[in-house]
Each structure stands twice: as structure tokens, then as C-alpha cells.
Design a binder for this molecule. Structure first.
Ligand code: MG
Length: 199
């Protein structure tokens, strides 16, 4: 971080969570016991850490608005995620989440909100706090909405084929307005790609 500041080269990698870092179980992981990292996630994030990128998680968690789980449940899951990754030598700098959905039932989250990807609310929060160089930064995720979010923010984008990614690619790619810069099989392949091509 200090070194980055001195070189004026703060850069960031944004990661989606479900289907990117952990196995997406029907879209709504709500119990820490059900939370399962992909076996390669810690290695991948460690590679990104060593390349001096800040690592942010940006995740839609509309299950809170929909009353499938609570903010406390989400906090417990994120504690587990951070702990598991830390024990394996990987570091996430900050997690940004959106609990909103307009079809939800839980106030005050039952609204349309810019924080919900592909809205840019979470990106703006990260940028205001960390002031990274957008053009040197990446968004990695398994859904088209992750790519749309990244592209609209000005980030380089990587679509993964884990989670919903293969389905997105096979069935929806003709409808994409924003094309991913890269498509790779999983988060580890994405980390290796960044280490090869960097900025
Ligand atoms: Mg996802």
C-alpha cells in the first residue's frame, strides 16, 4: 500500500463473490456452514495480493431484502470467508455489498438502489475511499451484470466460466451490449492472466 502510494500506482481488482470466490448454491448462501470457497480461490487472491493490487469484493445480496437471511448472517459468512482466506495467505481489503431489491419485503432494503450491480454505487464507494487508478484496475465475475458493472466503471473485465459464467457465455452472449475483455475458466486463471498482462 505505502509502496503503491509512493509510486502513485494504486490499482485494484474487484471480485464478485458467489460463483467467483465461493460455490454459488442456488444463488443464496445464507449459512456459514454452507459457504464453500472454490479450492483455488486463496491461491488466486494471493497472486493478486502479491502483484500489489487492492482486492475488493462487490456482491449483490438481495437475499437480505427478500428476508432469506439477515445482515447478521451475512456478517457471519464474511467473517468465515475472510478467516479461511487469511489462513491460506490471501487478503481481501474490503467487502462492499448491496442488500437491496425492489421486490424485497424487508425495509429499508426493498428499493431499487444504485448499489445493486450493475449500478455503480459500490464502485463509487470504493473509489472515494481508495482512489485507485481505474484504467489499471479489473472487475472479475461470473455474470453479465458483473461485466456491465466493470465496463461502465471503466475497469478491465474478466468473465469466469464458474458459477453462472458458462451459462451466460453459451446462452446469452449474443445479447451482451458490453463484451468482457477476457473470458477464462476460473478465478485462478484470471489471476494468472493479470500476472501475465498486468496493466
Ligand atoms: Mg456471481
Amino acid at each position: 500500500m505505502e509502496k503503491n502510494r509512493q509510486n502513485n500506482r494504486i490499482k485494484a481488482v474487484f471480485l464478485d463473490r458467489d460463483g467467483t470466490i465461493n460455490i454459488d448454491k442456488k444463488g443464496y448462501v445464507h449459512d456459514p456452514d454452507d459457504f464453500e470457497l472454490y479450492p483455488f480461490s486463496a491461491q488466486a487472491i494471493n497472486i493478486i495480493n502479491k502483484l500489489d493490487y487492492l482486492v475488493f469484493v462487490v456482491t449483490n445480496q438481495s437475499g437480505i431484502a427478500r428476508a432469506y437471511y439477515t445482515l447478521e448472517d451475512l456478517k457471519a459468512i464474511h467473517l468465515k470467508m475472510n478467516k479461511s482466506l487469511r489462513e491460506a495467505g490471501a487478503r481481501i481489503d474490503e467487502i462492499f455489498f448491496s442488500p437491496y431489491h425492489k421486490e424485497g419485503s424487508v425495509e429499508p432494503f426493498d428499493i431499487d438502489h444504485e448499489d445493486r450491480k450493475p449500478g455503480l454505487g459500490l464502485f463509487k464507494k470504493a473509489f472515494q475511499k481508495y482512489h485507485f487508478e481505474i484504467k489499471k484496475s479489473y472487475m472479475i465475475g461470473d455474470k453479465y451484470t458483473d461485466i456491465e458493472f466493470g465496463k461502465r466503471a471503466g475497469l478491465k473485465t474478466i468473465l469466469l466460466l464458474t458459477g453462472d459464467g458458462e451459462n451466460e457465455f453459451l446462452n446469452n452472449r449474443n445479447n451482451w451490449i458490453y463484451k468482457p475483455d477476457f473470458i477464462v475458466k476460473n478465478l485462478l486463471a484470471a489471476a494468472k492472466l493479470i500476472s501475465k498482462f498486468g496493466e
